[in-house]
Design a protein around this ligand. Sequence first.
Ligand code: FE2
Ligand code: FE2
Length: 258
Amino acid sequence: MHGDGPRPPTAIEPTARVRIAAVGDVHLGEDSGGSLRPALEELPDCADVLLLAGDLTRHGTLAEARVVAREFAELAVPVIAVLGNHDHHGDVPEEITALLTDHGITVLEGSAVTVPVAGIRLGVAGTKGFGGGFAGKCASVFGERQMREFAGHTVDLAAALHTALAGLDTEVTVALTHYSPIGDTLHGEPLEIYPFLGSYLLGEAIDACRPQLAVHGHAHHGCERGTTPGGTRVRNVAQPVIRAAFAVYELHPAVLTG
Ligand SMILES: [Fe+2]
Ligand SMILES: [Fe+2]
């Protein structure tokens, strides 16, 4: 990620920290306006940024997206989101992205953003991601056109996540997806549906770049905590899992060597 030799010393305080609030799968409907707002108004007391891990709507309609936009607009902390599969169901993900963006929400898809937080540069790279399953038990880009398209979609989005992560040069880096990069955080879900819940290719992209944290949603019956094979902490923040308006994780700048 930093191929040009050691970084120069920085002036970051040893006690510096970034408090990441995150939630996914809020699945707001047209009648959900205001349901999260009271809790969200408390965000500045406990977090520096809010990450939304997709499935913000129920059916991916613009009417639902307008509720989402109003719910998360004008918070006192930056809001960074990816869309989920439900947000694609209405076939208007670009319009939803534009609507959220108009309300000050950053929507990532194979892209990244850098946010200054308390003297630290926080980088967030995100993609919806997709399914396909996990090593040894996964779909491959082979056979019928439909199967190649299914497996290829994951390959493309994982590659985009890798590129977005690799392009960040930040003291604290987070990967944000809707689908899971690992199987650990799916425990509680039926094994038979793991290939529809995530892909190891997302985990490989994360392990190639080693962010401090990876956040995802989508697995409503999974568990909160896991780790990639390379050692990055993974948190499933699907609201049915965390059972709160949001979870908060504290991160410290990477130890700079050389
Ligand atoms: Fe969901
Ligand atoms: Fe989902």
